[in-house]
Design a protein around this ligand. Structure first.
Ligand code: NAP
Ligand code: MG
Length: 507
């Protein structure tokens, strides 16, 4: 491996060991194997563009094998015989292992994705551990009901009627690169709690933490085939998984465009689909808000994880009387951010994930300028010591109109459009003026207005005087083209189980 780091960024021995050797294999039926084609693809450190590893490149043949393994594990072997309490214990064991390897996993995530080590360590890892424990608790609490039926066309008859909640079956999970380990765990925890088996396809940019998680799953004693992890590309491995006739459900997180492909691919066997797609989320500041808190919330709302969050607050609206003040505060803060490799503990903002993503972000910045928006800072690739990495300066635009591309399309990078508004009624309509509906932020000290805005905005999550708060117990998902289905909380149990009605004749 060629990964290097300055002394204060020295690599954890576990990371060094994981990255040693030629190429990472993937996990099928409890065994580590190469792709049947023998192909592997390079994995980069976005802070330096160096190749840090290679991963086996799965395609249809490997997906077929993985789905067959998941099917066998679902129907034979120890998994279906395991009690809910044993599944719970197993999830707790996985949580303990992830927790005890948190430093190593956080470094590996930062090295591969570029996010700051602070974010990996304080955000992604504790959330992943919490999700595993939260759903470990659910494993023993998934049950049906008894229902008093009347049967109007058969007076006098008696039945005992009950429901059970059963696993959906083999679940395909296709995840993106912005929170690689966290997304893997967010899918895996409820899928296993409900007794399903799965095939996970991590994003091509960031397969490493998912593969390391696979090693921990084996260490925890997960039976073979229950979780299969196949690294590879979307149009080959991802498409094969989403169209597979023996996959019962696909859970997808990523772009709206690919989301549509997933829905089309599901039609063959009418598999269940849940979609967590993009957003173009409004973060709205009324003049009566605590402006200092709002400025912080807006900054973090867009620039956390280099803006690569489905929930990024990429449209900021400020009531006109406070517009200049807030815009100045935001721009100043953006201009003083310390950018650098995520492994450097002093770094406040890392690189974006890949060259492709950097180019996409820079194209959007150029389109903003072309359409007449005013670029206040950023919009360029960084040079100097950071010239090799995929660094884009935090980018702030004013003079933006709602119809511009930078105000309508998901950029998924550190680019924010700041616009003034004049009234709450106007604002609710503008907030809803994109095809997305994932989240919204509202900053105000007026309680009535806060509730009214929460009611009027069409989005799956509304944050009042806060932003980017998430929890294992809080449902997550979109309105409109931000997707359908809800992950996390009790809603995830509905996503990964199906209900059976049983009638017993008592006549
Ligand atoms: P993407 O293509 O939607 O990737 C998400 C996942 O889907 C990846 O695992 C990807 O594999 C896979 N995939 C791609 N094409 C597929 C297909 N035809 N069938 C099945 N699976 C497929 O996202 P991206 O290309 O990495 O990023 C593009 C844009 O998507 C971003 O700029 C952003 O706007 C949006 N995005 C949103 C989220 C979110 O959390 N909502 C996350 C990531 C990206 P590969 O990695 O091999 O392509
Ligand atoms: Mg892609």
């Amino acid at each position: 491996m060629t990964a290097t780091a300055a002394p204060d960024q020295s690599l954890h021995p576990g990371v060094i060991e994981f990255l040693s050797g030629k190429s990472k294999k993937f996990l099928i039926n409890g065994r580590w194997q190469e792709a049947q084609s023998g192909k592997a693809f390079p994995v980069h450190n976005p802070a330096t563009a160096e190749v840090i590893s290679h991963a086996a490149e799965g395609d249809r043949a490997d997906i077929d094998q993985a789905v067959a393994a998941a099917r066998r594990a679902l129907e034979d072997g120890s998994w279906p015989k395991m009690t809910p309490a044993d599944r719970s214990k197993l999830l707790h064991k996985i949580a303990d292992l992830v927790e005890s390897h948190a430093d190593e996993l956080a470094q590996l995530e930062t090295l591969n994705n570029g996010k700051t080590i602070r974010e990996s360590r304080k955000g992604d890892l504790p959330l992943a551990v919490d999700l595993l424990r939260y759903f470990a608790g659910w494993a023993t609490k998934i049950h049906g009901e008894t229902i008093p039926v009347s049967v109007p066309y058969a007076p006098g008859t008696k039945f005992f009627h009950y429901t059970t909640r059963e696993p959906i079956g083999v679940v395909g999970a296709i995840i993106p690169w912005n929170f690689p380990l966290l997304m893997a765990v967010e899918r895996l925890a409820p899928i296993l709690a409900c007794g399903n088996t799965m095939v996970l396809k991590p994003a091509e940019q960031t397969p490493l933490t998912a593969l390391r998680l696979g090693e921990l799953l084996i260490e925890a004693g997960l039976p073979p085939g229950v979780v299969n992890i196949v690294s590879g590309f979307g149009p080959t491995a991802g498409a094969a998984l989403s169209a597979h006739p023996d996959v019962d459900k696909v859970t997808f997180t990523g772009s709206t465009e690919v989301g549509r492909d997933i829905v089309r691919a599901s039609a063959g066997n009418l598999k269940r689909v849940s979609l967590e797609l993009g957003g173009k989320s409004p973060n709205i500041v009324f003049a009566d808000a605590d402006l200092e808190a709002a400025a912080k919330g807006i900054f973090m709302g867009i620039f956390y994880n280099q803006g690569q969050c489905c929930s990024a607050g990429s449209r900021v609206y400020v009531e006109r009387s406070k517009f200049d003040e807030l815009l100045t505060a935001l721009t100043k803060r953006a201009q003083t951010v310390r950018q650098g490799p995520g492994l450097d503990p002093n770094t406040q903002m890392g690189p974006v994930v890949s060259q492709e993503q950097m180019e996409r972000v820079l194209d959007y910045a150029a389109s903003g300028k072309r359409e007449g928006a005013k670029l206040l800072c950023g919009g360029q690739r960084l040079g100097g010591a950071l010239a090799k990495g995929y660094f884009v300066g935090p980018t702030v635009f004013s003079d933006v109109r709602d119809q511009m591309k930078i105000a309508q399309e998901e950029i998924f990078g550190p680019v924010v459009a700041v616009m003034p508004f004049d009234s709450a009624d106007e604002m609710a309509a503008r907030a809803n003026g994109t095809s997305y509906g994932l989240v919204a932020g509202v900053w105000t000290s007026n309680v009535k207005r806060a509730f009214q805005m929460a009611q009027k905005i069409k989005a799956g999550t509304i944050w009042i005087n806060c932003y980017h708060f998430v929890d294992s117990a809080s449902p997550w998902g979109g309105y409109k083209q931000s997707g359908y289905g809800r992950e996390k909380g009790p809603y995830a149990i509905e996503q990964y189980t199906q209900v059976k009605s049983v009638w017993v004749d008592l006549n």
